[in-house]
Design a protein around this ligand. Structure first.
Ligand SMILES: [Mg+2]
Length: 445
């Protein structure tokens, strides 16, 4: 809990009162049509949800529902207007008194003073906690401090309150619609670490936004937390089913939202580390076999679609067992690392197609290369490994370490699976070894 939260609440209450003023003006306009009434009620509902004016929230929900059924009477609208007015009065008094009505949080409750108590009518549930010991938030937050959070809310008051509450700890971006949120999330310049998503938004519903984020490979892993005034268990379940990790209810306590975000970010970072560890070969830093297999599948499907060539090279260190036995495992590891560096530099940046296939064997995927191109790469690799000039106890040609390479092209008529290509490359590697090693054999068309 930080002291700024107190100020934040006052600003929120004032902003709510301004919203309420605006809404009263609009709903009382003589020429207002049904669509505008609906929009205005929805906006009021959003703002009322953030300050916890539950009766007003319910009144607007009932009003929107009646409107949808063409059954909103003048009397009901008058009732809503009275509710808006009462909530507005209450907010102004609370902001002025500097004391807010608290709810169920026993340790942090500040009761309204009897002398300046809030009007009884609208039941407010804004939670205000007294600032706790300084630094309690800060120390724990350190590792996630620079993680960018995207706040998505169609209600400006709500978005502003949430963003202000989170800016204490994180860089925050705000989107006022689902469409905007998807644009921000897909922007490669923006590295989002978490999305706080409003559920009920007019043009694109929060559930749809969440599903789309989860369906796109570049945004699927970003944690999504719903934040909504909805009290419905069905809404909460739908949100979690759509892929969200959590569901936070409005009105919310800024310090609790911050704490939850910290926890989710920490989990997210662990997950990312685990994912990286599961895809990377520890010794060489190259992709491991598992990661290459996934990459292979993707490239295979792309090649099927585009008709572009796809080649696979398998690279095997010659007489590695003898090398290891004579020079020791440490030298063996250094040799593998050196060969890995040669391979990685041979593909210029597109390193996701290079992998340690296992033991002393490496694999290299070459999409879109002609036969001449693939042969050039193979020749370059043979030379680059030789020029490492690692003395070999059982050399093949010269005195230094060498590799054998087997390569194959995807058969454009073969629609089965990548295994055929792998088998062909393996067969070519066998031939390269069988015919004297330190050479490349590329088979296929
Ligand atoms: Mg909303």
């Amino acid at each position: 809990m930080v002291a700024e939260d107190r100020e934040l609440y006052d600003r929120l209450l004032t902003s709510f009162a301004r919203d309420a003023d605006d809404v009263l003006g609009q709903l009382r306009a003589p020429d207002i049509d049904g669509i505008s009434i609906g929009r205005t009620l929805h906006r009021m509902r959003g703002s009322a949800g953030v300050v916890g004016a539950h009766r007003l929230v319910q009144a607007t929900i009932d009003g929107e529902e009646a409107l949808a059924n063409h059954a909103l009477s003048d009397r009901q609208l008058e009732g809503i207007l009275a509710e808006v007015e009462a909530a507005r009065e209450c907010a102004l008094q609370l902001a002025e008194s500097g004391i807010s009505v608290a709810t169920d949080s026993a340790t942090h409750v500040t009761e309204p003073t009897p002398a300046r108590s809030a009007p009884a009518a609208p039941e407010f549930a804004v939670r205000v906690e007294t600032p706790s010991v300084a630094g309690a938030d800060g120390a724990a937050a350190a590792p996630e401090r620079r993680a960018t959070v995207l706040v998505v809310d169609d209600n400006a008051t709500s978005a502003d309150f949430l963003a202000s509450a989170l800016r204490v700890e994180h860089p925050v971006l705000v989107a006022n619609s689902g469409e905007e949120a998807l644009r921000v999330a897909a922007d490669p310049e923006v590295a989002l670490s978490l999305v706080l998503l409003d559920l009920d938004m007019p043009t694109m519903h929060g559930l749809e936004v969440c599903r789309r984020l989860k369906a796109a490979p570049t945004t699927a892993r970003i944690p999504v937390l719903f934040i909504s005034a909805s009290r419905s268990a069905a809404d909460e379940e739908a949100g979690l089913d759509a892929g969200a990790l959590d569901f936070i209810h409005k009105p919310f306590s800024p310090s609790l939202v911050r704490a939850r975000i910290r926890n989710h970010l920490r989990l997210f970072q662990y997950e990312e580390e685990l994912r990286r560890a599961s895809e990377v070969d520890e010794l060489t830093g190259l992709a491991n076999r598992r990661a290459l297999n996934e990459h292979f599948d993707r490239e295979w499907r792309t090649a099927q679609r585009t008709g572009e060539p796809l080649a696979l090279l398998l690279i095997d260190v010659d007489h590695f067992k003898a090398y290891n036995d004579a020079l020791g495992h440490l030298a063996g590891d250094e040799c593998l690392t050196a060969v890995a560096r040669v391979l990685a530099s041979s593909v210029r940046g597109k390193t996701d197609g290079v992998a340690r296939w296992g033991g002393e064997e490496f694999a290299l995927l070459l999409p879109g290369e002609t036969r001449e191109g693939v042969e050039r790469v193979a020749t370059r690799l043979l030379e680059a490994v030789r020029s490492l000039q690692l003395p070999h106890p059982a050399p093949v040609g010269g005195p230094f370490l060498s590799v054998s390479i087997g390569g194959a092209f995807r058969d454009t008529k073969d629609r089965r699976n990548p295994d055929a290509l792998l088998a062909a490359a393996d067969e070519a590697l066998y031939r390269a070894k069988d015919s004297g090693r330190d050479r490349a054999v590329i088979s296929g068309n």
